[in-house]
Design a protein around this ligand. Sequence first.
Ligand SMILES: O=C(O)CCC(=O)C(=O)O
Length: 371
Amino acid sequence: MQQQQTAFRRAEKKHKARRGLPNLADVIDVSTIDASDGAAVRQLSLTRDMCQPSALPFQTFCQDRPPAYTLRDHPGLIVIPNPFTAEAQRWLARKCLCDCTRPPNRTNLDPFFDLPSQSLFALASLPSNNRLANTSMREESQHLVASRVQSDSIDAGISRPKGRIYTQSAPAADLLEHLRWCTLGQQYNWTTKEYDLGTSAFDRELNALMHSIAEAISDPAYAACDGSEDWPRINSYDGSEFVSQAGIINYYDDRASMAGHVDKTEESMDAPLISLSVGLSCIYLIGGPTRDTEPTPLLLRSGDVLAMCGDSRLAFHGVPRVLPDTAPEYLTQPNAGDADDVAARYPEWHNFAVYLGTHRINCNARKCSQK
Ligand SMILES: O=C(O)CCC(=O)C(=O)O
C-alpha cells in the first residue's frame, strides 16, 4: 500500500518542481506583506538595538531597530529582512567563502580531497592568464589542486567512497562548484549526528555579529494589532548569554536544495538558532514539530536574518528551491553604487560577484551547551 505523503513532503515537492518559473503566489515575503491585517504575519518591535559589533571595522547595520516579523502559525520564528549594509554582506560572503572554509574547519570535500591550505575560493579565482600569479599557483588553479585520498586511512565515523587507493585531480574552480557545507566551532558529524569531531575556534568576528543579533532579538514585543494578547512569547532567551559554539555554512547553487530536518543535536534548545543568507533568494519552508504540520513557504533574500527561537527552534525546516537571478546588484555588479569603496576594500570583488550571482550562502550559528 502506498504511504501517504506528509504535509512537509508535499510542500517540498510543490516548491521544488522545476518546470517553468517558480510559483511564488503563496510564498510569504515579509518585507512586502501588510503585517497589520492580523493575518499570517505579525510585525514585531525589537526592544533592543542591533548594536555595532566592535570587532567589525565597518558599519554593519543600516538601523538600530530594523523591522522584524513573526508568523502566527510558527511561534518563535523571527525574520528580519536584510538589516545589513552592503558592505556587511560583502564581508559576510568573503568570510564564508575564504576564511571559514580553511582547516581546521571541515568541508564536505575533505573526505575526498586534500585541499590546499589557502582557500579554495582564492585558488579557484586565479585567472589562468593572470600574469601576477606565480606559475605554480597558476598551475594549481588550472590542473592539480586536489587529489583523492586513500580510502583505507579513514577517520572513524565519516562516510568515504568504497574502494582502494585512487587519486584524481580536479581544478579548483570545479571543486568550488562541489562545495556544499563547512562546519565551524564544534564540528558536526553528519553520520553520527553528533558534535564528535573536535572543535575549531569559532570565527571571532562572526561570533561578534551573531551575538549582536542574539541580543537584539531578546524579548521582542509583537504588535497585537487585533487586540489579542494570547500569542506566546516570541523569544525569552537573554541574547547577552549567546555564544556561537557551532555553525554550518551551506553553499547552494541554483539547483540545490536542503531536505526538511530538525536541528536537535544541541543541548541548549532555549538559545536561538541564528541564520543569515547572502546571494540568491530562496524558498524556505518552516513547519512544526512533525512533518505532518503544514509548513509555511517564506521568501528569504540576500541579507535576511532568520532566528528560530522558542517552539520554532525544534521545527522542521528546509530549502526546497533557490531562485536564479535574484542576487542584489550591489553584490553582483562590482561597479554598482559605492564602487570606489568596494574597489578599495575588495579589489578582487569580481570573483565574488560571479559566485554570488549564481549561489546562495547560508551561515548559521548555534549555542550547543547549556553553560
Ligand atoms: O539554508 C538555510 O537557510 C537553512 C540551513 C539549515 O537548515 C541548516 O543548516 O540546518
